[in-house]
Design a protein around this ligand. Structure first.
Ligand SMILES: *Cc1c(COP(=O)(O)O)cnc(C)c1O
Length: 388
């Protein structure tokens, strides 16, 4: 029976799928069930950091899966410990909690902030987390509440209390909420990904950091999408001149396997104790072996390449016919087009280029290792599609 009809019959109807069945790929090339080739500028939503079936990553993953695929967090296993060490060494963070997704990384960040405030004040008087309007933090009931978009705050109530949303342009709103009291943290995406690839400005972030310090609030950055080399530095906060207290990340970390991480800085490294949090699959050896293979190859040269490729995308699209604006950082690019983004994405797919959308924008998050030739070919096609 046809895959499409089987999907409609048996898979929960939560996704509006594009009319294509992907079966294999290598790097930034992916093939459908008719053997048609596409260039992939979506990377499974910023997940396949080194593209499809990267041979080094695949080798690390298969070696681990044929040795020991899972034992639970009741025991020590090596890949998760090594990965935590590498993450801490490369960021200056002190401890890592592993989960399986971005939403779980954020849950851990939120739990850590609340526990920190509970330890400090002895009650729940400072449990509120300030997040930003137009943000996206996940699909669980709590991370939906954290998400600063009204569209996500219907149908599934009651939502977890303890979140307030401030403007992502006017830091004055953050100040007003901080001064009201009762808060423990501010949580930001430095480039709002699902919200349309909108980077926060340096001035805004400077001001929020100042407010957080004045009011003794923790700074949480949600680097689920921006992390792991995506924006041209290992984590985006490095480009904003401050060190957060908590960093959540996921998407690209496992190179295509489900893995999330919550990185804790010195202020919160002792906040969670035995029994305070857990995850059956979190820190799974296979996912961590994959992540070690990815993270150890995100070096200065690769990061410089990411920045250069990002600039070249911006340069070739800015001012092109049908393009209103190009935003983003590194290989995370948002394009506002005259045509609706969905139309552009559908037409690009027909022409053999996979792109994503984010709100009203076309979103590009290609594999970090996409070749210059593949990128140039895909951008040419995209320009034609946008300008038609
Ligand atoms: C994708 C995303 C999430 C949610 O990640 P899941 O793995 O889907 O749970 C959270 N925050 C940001 C910034 C994201 O881009």
């Amino acid at each position: 029976m046809d895959i499409r009809s089987l999907d409609q019959e048996f898979v929960a109807n939560t996704y509006g799928r594009a009319d294509v069945v992907f079966v294999s790929g290598r790097g930034a090339q992916v093939f459908d069930d008719r053997g048609r080739r596409y260039i992939d500028l979506g990377a499974g939503i910023a997940v396949n950091a080194f593209g499809l079936s990267d041979p080094v990553w695949a080798e690390a993953v298969t070696a681990q899966v044929s040795k020991l695929q899972h034992m639970s967090n009741l025991y020590y296993t090596e890949p998760c410990v090594k990965l935590a060490e590498m993450l801490c060494e490369r960021t200056g963070m002190k401890k890592v909690f592993f989960g399986n997704s971005g939403a779980e990384a954020n849950e851990c960040a939120i739990k850590t902030a609340r526990k920190w405030a509970y330890d400090r004040y002895g009650d729940y008087s400072h449990s509120t987390v300030i997040t930003l309007k137009n943000s996206f933090h996940g699909r669980t009931i709590t991370t939906l509440a954290a998400t600063g978009q009204d569209a996500f705050h219907t149908k599934f109530g009651p939502f977890t209390p303890g979140f307030v949303h401030a403007s992502a342009q006017d830091a004055g709103e953050v100040r007003v909420l901080a001064e009201k009291g009762g808060c423990c943290a501010v949580m930001l995406e430095l480039v709002q990904g699902e919200g349309g690839v909108v980077p926060l400005t340096r001035e805004y972030v400077d001001e929020v950091v100042r407010i957080a310090r004045e009011h003794e609030l923790l700074l949480i950055v949600d680097e689920v999408q921006t992390g792991n080399g995506r924006t041209g530095t290992l984590y985006a906060y490095e480009q904003f001149g401050f060190t957060p207290d908590i960093v959540s990340t996921a998407k690209g970390l496992g190179g295509g396997l489900p893995l999330g991480a919550c990185l804790m800085g010195p202020r919160v490294e002792h906040t969670l104790g035995i029994g305070d949090h857990g995850s059956t699959f979190g820190g799974n050896p296979v996912c961590c072996a994959g992540a070690l293979s990815i993270l150890s190859r995100i070096d200065d040269r690769l990061l410089a390449d990411v920045r250069r490729k990002g600039e070249s995308i911006k340069a070739s699209l800015t001012g092109a016919r049908g393009v209103k604006s190009v935003t983003g950082l590194g290989l995370m690019v948002g394009i506002l087009t005259d045509k609706p983004a969905r139309e552009v994405a559908a037409a690009a797919l027909k022409r053999g280029v996979v792109v994503l959308t984010a709100h009203e924008k076309v979103r590009l998050v290609p594999p970090l290792t996409i070749t210059d030739e593949q990128l140039a070919e895909a951008i040419e096609i995209l320009k034609e599609v946008i300008g038609e």
